[in-house]
Design a protein around this ligand. Structure first.
Ligand SMILES: *[C@@H]1O[C@H](CO)[C@@H](O)[C@H](O)[C@H]1NC(C)=O
Ligand SMILES: *[C@@H]1O[C@H](CO)[C@@H](O)[C@H](O)[C@H]1NC(C)=O
Length: 225
């Protein structure tokens, strides 16, 4: 806008000086017999040239304005993308490691029971809840889960793996009358945000854990998708 103002000033001063020159040149003569044909065309040519310059400048500034707003919206898009990546990065640190209990035997029960691993040693991202025993995926990605079961009652020991209240795995062993029996299994699962994973003790089955961390459940996000 300042450039336009300057141009207008320039335009006015050119018109002004042209008019002055005209007056000076005309002064000694009689204005009636000598019209202003000599100087007038030059002034109008200059005025037209200046008008063209102003138009050109306006177009140029319009372009600059558009470039500026394009840049501003690109900046806004970049900023929201960075915010999104920061949120994703914060949500993508997920790892937990837990053990079942220090209290000895869990089960047998008359019905299936979600196992609440209540010794939480690692829980980066707090995706595992010890109060419910449920892991909730905080972000879409590929996750690795592993469990080790220990049994010490003679009889059935085992577990169901549930994803969103649907059984996706069943593992079972029979424990003889010997000291402690273990087995381990793992799964790699593609989960979306909010998917839930938990382990369920089938009815009549039992597990064992004490201060020695015999029965554990752990998991981690391998990578986001
Ligand atoms: C585990 O089982 C063995 C064999 O039955 C038994 O001797 C031992 O006392 C049991 N341990 C516990 C902590 O109950
Ligand atoms: C059980 O695991 C926790 C965490 O790793 C550890 O502090 C504790 O010493 C473990 N218990 C035994 C008997 O190793």
């Amino acid at each position: 806008m300042r450039a336009v103002g300057l141009l207008l000033l320039l335009l006015l001063s050119v018109c002004g000086s042209g008019a002055q020159r005209e007056v000076q040149e005309m002064a000694p003569r009689d204005p009636a017999e000598e019209p202003t044909e000599q100087t007038t065309p030059d002034i109008w040519a200059e005025v037209r040239a200046l008008r063209d310059m102003v138009v050109e400048l306006n177009v140029h500034m319009g372009l600059q304005q558009r470039e500026k707003s394009d840049l501003q919206s690109e900046l806004l898009i970049s900023k929201s993308r960075i915010d999104q990546l920061e949120r994703l990065n914060a949500a993508s640190k997920v790892a937990f490691y837990t053990a079942l209990t220090s209290a000895g035997y869990v089960g047998p029960f008359n019905s299936d029971m979600t196992l609440k691993y209540n010794k939480v040693f690692t829980n980066i991202g707090s995706a595992y809840s010890p109060s419910t025993g449920v892991f909730t995926a905080p972000v879409r990605g590929v996750y690795y889960f592993q469990f080790t079961l220990c049994g010490n009652h003679t009889g059935l020991m085992g577990v169901y793996v549930y994803k969103n209240n649907q059984r996706i795995m069943y593992n079972v062993e029979w424990k003889e009358e010997t000291l402690y029996k273990y087995f381990t299994n793992s799964v790699v699962l593609e989960l979306v945000k909010g998917d839930k994973i938990n382990l369920v003790l089938p009815s009549t089955y039992s597990l064992f854990d004490d201060g020695d961390n015999h029965s554990t459940f752990s998991g981690a996000l391998l990578f986001t998708l």
